[in-house]
Design a protein around this ligand. Structure first.
Ligand code: NDP
Ligand code: HSE
Length: 433
């Protein structure tokens, strides 16, 4: 890549003019002079690729720049900004732009979690930047801190609330005692959740983000299909109320960690102590908690979605990549030198809180405790509460010490089959304590 002359404009292709793209275009156009001063060269918006040029657009969009010919657009620019989403044609257009020598900025977590390596290898071969700050946790700077600021440290664990929709739903259930269905309806009415909320509530969106975070944190390629994923659809108002009683809140967590066996990545609802910094993350906000060997705990907090917040992250990458081009340089490429094994969920170390409905008679507790002991799972506390709605029955809430996920899961499977167990009401992992 050769250095650009100071005043020579850098041509920018914008792929997509929806929620995020519209705001990216606005910032590019409204802050043209300041951006030029920061980069050392003007940024010229060369075109905006959309599906349908006749769709009414925000007044800030110059309609003469709209085109359905995304292929030609990416062939002749310095920077491609991909905010169209989905796998194709985003993937082909990104690779085409890279082959033509453009640096690429993308917010597309689904594509990166599936095909990141192919894109990074193409960028290495072409000597261009690929930047993706907006792909994880919207406006929150988290990619650059992990990739650059913490590059001299050792990250042990990343614990994140990286999906705003599910955080809003769980927060409403916590604050107002709503059921899951009602909370999702409210999130849809406010525009947080999509008409089809599956990708959010089933944890798929968070899993894609977890794969990206784990790859960066542990210098190891992690793909979406290696992330253990459980969403929030089974969380009930009852679970939330019981969580409160034990001093916890329920959060959908993305957990990336390294143990002796390799890298483990999982997404699931978890009980977080209400004293933990992640417990205070409310509404649709995101937060990522990083534990580094030397820096210690770090918390990154902010808006994880929305047009302007996400566009802010995109524009940070645009300026950074543009500066690199002006300097004839390139930012850090993919780092996967550690190449650690990605381990099965069963090897994860976690704690369970189990709520059971049991027959309230002598010997019941001993039989349950025997199953825990025979699986090598240590019980920390047992709390019994009467069942007001059923004579002769009681609730037992059992909290375990830390154990292997496989042993904990096997324990519950065996306990569920005991004739003294009326129902396994809930099984939740406890994290952050
Ligand atoms: P939108 O659905 O609002 O916008 C998508 C845009 O891409 C539209 O302008 C659409 O054109 C265009 N587009 C889609 N398919 C094609 C195609 N085949 N050819 C040409 N243009 C196409 O998406 P968002 O702005 O919400 O999201 C964009 C990306 O940003 C996604 O990867 C998303 O995951 C990511 N992201 C979004 C966040 C958010 O808060 N929305 C937060 C963080 C990341 P047309 O207008 O003609 O339909
Ligand atoms: N749907 C996502 C969320 C935003 O609710 O956080 C885009 O990643």
């Amino acid at each position: 890549m050769t250095a650009q002359k100071d005043s020579e404009p850098l041509k920018v292709a914008l792929l997509g003019c929806g929620v995020v793209g519209t705001q990216v275009a606005r910032i590019l156009l409204e802050h043209r002079d300041e951006l030029a001063a920061r980069v050392g060269a003007p940024l010229e918006l060369a075109g905006i690729a959309v599906r349908d040029v006749t769709v009414p657009r925000d007044a800030v969009i110059p309609t003469q720049l709209l085109t359905t010919d995304a292929e030609s657009l990416v062939d002749d620019v310095d920077i491609v900004i991909e905010v169209m989403g989905g796998i194709e044609p985003a993937r082909t257009l990104i690779l085409r732009g890279i082959a033509a020598g453009a640096s690429v900025i993308t917010a597309n977590k689904a594509l990166l979690a599936q095909d990141g390596p192919a894109i990074f290898e193409a960028a290495d071969a072409a000597g261009v930047d690929v930047a993706f700050e907006a792909a994880v946790a919207g406006a929150i700077p988290i990619i650059r801190p992990i990739r650059d600021s913490l590059a001299g440290d050792k990250i042990n664990r990343v614990l994140g609330i990286v999906n705003g929709t599910t955080n809003y739903v769980l927060d409403q259930m916590t604050k107002h005692g709503l059921g899951f269905e009602q909370a999702v309806k409210d999130a849809q009415a406010l525009g947080y959740a999509e008409a089809d909320p599956t990708a959010d509530v089933e944890g798929h969106d968070a899993a894609a983000k977890a794969a990206i975070l784990a790859s960066l944190a542990f210098h190891t390629r992690v793909s979406l299909d290696q992330v253990a994923c459980e969403g929030i659809t089974k969380v009930t108002a009852d679970d939330v109320a019981w969580a409160k009683r034990s001093g916890h809140v329920i959060k959908l967590l993305a957990i990336c960690e390294q143990n002796d066996e390799g890298v483990g990545v999982r997404v699931h609802p978890a009980l977080v102590p209400d004293t933990h910094p992640l417990a205070t993350v409310s509404d649709a906000f995101n937060a990522v908690f990083v534990e580094a060997a030397n820096a210690g705990p770090l918390m990154f907090y902010g808006q994880g979605a929305g047009g302007a917040p996400t566009a802010s992250a995109v524009m940070g990458d645009v300026v950074s990549s543009a500066r690199n081009r002006v300097a004839g340089a390139r930012g850090a490429g993919e780092s996967n030198y550690a190449n650690l094994p990605v381990v099965d969920f069963g090897t994860a170390s976690t704690r369970y809180q189990v709520r059971l409905s049991v027959a309230d008679k002598p010997g019941v507790l001993a039989r349950i405790a025997e199953v825990f002991a025979s699986n090598g799972v240590s019980i920390e506390t047992v709390t019994q509460a009467p069942r007001d709605d059923r004579d002769g029955s009681a609730y037992l809430v059992i909290a375990t010490h830390e154990g292997r996920e496989a042993a904990l899961a096997q324990t519950i499977e065996t306990v569920a089959q005991l004739d003294v167990i009326e129902e396994v009401m809930s099984v939740l992992r406890v994290e952050g304590s």
